[in-house]
Ligand binder design. Structure first.
Ligand SMILES: [Zn+2]
Ligand SMILES: [Zn+2]
Length: 210
């Protein structure tokens, strides 16, 4: 006689007698539960309904922890990450443009706002990019230098002559020049008059000229 087909169990919640198999009683840690599957589902739903806030909070905390973990990994493995991204893009040619296009399509409004912001800042952003690639070509230490942020931080006062800079006169100077060991980092860049900047450069290149 096959015992598995005849053994029964009484659900501790609804009191119904059901077959003592995983078909009627779900398993937990390798053992059949004392409540039937139907009751278990009801209990689950009830718990979720009562603790909706707690569950959301728990999920948020887990997500935060995951994000923090992966960020820490990223900080400690930047080179590896870069190599991974590169390898992925080599395997998926054109994927980047496709992803960007899809994003723009689904986020039209955001994309328009971004375009407006970029246009407003474009003279600065263009200079920012040029300066960065020039610095890279020189082989100096390079970080992101946000020209807009520098203007907010230092205002439009020239740090070389102390006078106000008009828009058309605006330039950005590396306090310690590249050939004197200066880096392209926010701490080493200040808004200046283009004229003051070029005077300073001349002085540094030809220190003997009066
Ligand atoms: Zn039950
Ligand atoms: Zn000046």
């Amino acid at each position: 006689m096959d015992e598995g087909t005849t053994a029964t169990r009484v659900c501790t919640r609804c009191g119904q007698t059901k077959g003592e198999t995983s078909e009627f009683f779900g398993e937990s840690r390798g053992r059949l539960r004392t409540v039937c599957r139907t009751c278990n589902r009801l209990q689950d739903a009830e718990y979720k309904r009562k603790n909706a806030d707690k569950i959301v909070e728990q999920r948020r905390r887990t997500a935060d922890a995951t994000r923090l973990r992966s960020h820490r990994w990223y900080v400690n493995n930047k080179e590896k990450h870069r190599a991974c991204v590169k390898a992925w893009h080599a395997l998926h040619p054109g994927a980047q443009t496709e992803i960007a296009r899809k994003w723009r399509e689904t986020n039209r409004e955001q994309e328009q706002q971004r375009a407006v912001r970029t246009r407003a800042l474009s003279p600065l952003i263009g200079r920012q990019r040029t300066a960065k690639s020039k610095a890279k070509a020189k082989g100096v230490v390079v970080a992101n230098v946000d020209y807009q942020a520098l203007l907010l931080q230092y205002g439009s006062t020239c740090y070389l002559c102390g006078k106000t800079i008009q828009g058309y006169e605006l330039s950005f100077d590396h306090i310690i020049p590249f050939d004197k060991g200066g880096a392209h980092i926010p701490e080493n860049v200040r808004p200046v008059h283009a004229l003051c900047n070029s005077k300073k450069n001349t002085k540094l290149i030809l220190p003997s000229v009066p």
